[in-house]
Design a protein around this ligand. Sequence first.
Ligand code: HPA
Length: 278
Amino acid sequence: MDEFITRKEIDQTTKEIRKRISRKPRVGMILGSGLGPLADQVENPVYIPYRELPNWPVSTVVGHKGRLVIGELEGQDILVMQGRTHYYEGHSMDRVTLPVRVMQCLGIEFFFVTNAAGAVNPDFEPGDLMLITDHLNFVGMAGPNPLRGPNLDEFGPRFPDMSQAYDRELMDFARKVAAEAGFHLNEGVYVGLAGPSFETPADLRFLRAIGVDAVGMSTVSEVTIARHGNMRVLGVSGISNKANLDGSTVTTHEEVLEAGQVIVPKMVSLIRGVLQKI
Ligand code: HPA
């Protein structure tokens, strides 16, 4: 049998974080490519670089800072991951998602996940936000689901329900906040692919045909673990590029980071607004 992350390792990481913070965060958040500046808004921050945490998967991707920021935002105690690790970096799915297990051990109830994504829906434009209403688990559906291996019964059931992965009340809050702030919030289905190569035009036409609105290389496994642990999930994609369905343009990581600059102010106002409502 393969090696899997153990309860002992999760506890070890949790203990190290607890030693360094006095708050008890209620909200956990992951910031994707180009969205790191959102973490600068956290008040009274304590920073913990990932490399100082035992068992933590360290990211190598440009645009990911690689630290925890623990503090306060809109009066809520919050733990922010400034940067994440991806499956394509070579970690197993259960190691990629160890941080979400640790969030559960810290007592976090709300899991806010963000990412940079390509628009498969032709109505979406770079710089838009998309509320994730559901996802397609392309990687895990036929292979490495992060819950593969012995079930950690203390965290959740062997066969967790995924019929409402994204919390309806949190989605409603997000819609209200966007309407009040006066910006358009797209909605749709996110597909998580393994990456790191971007999609071919044929991949993208296929994804469009099966009902995908936005495509990325993260989020789905994290949400699977969060739901296993019964956390309430809000997912938002920052649309960084239009998917290249006809092969006429090229997708680059630089454009993903650039679009982040337009996306960040909207993402900040959305997240702050939802934090006020929970
Ligand atoms: N494809 C996959 N992942 C992405 C994209 C994309 O076009 N943009 C940002 N992340």
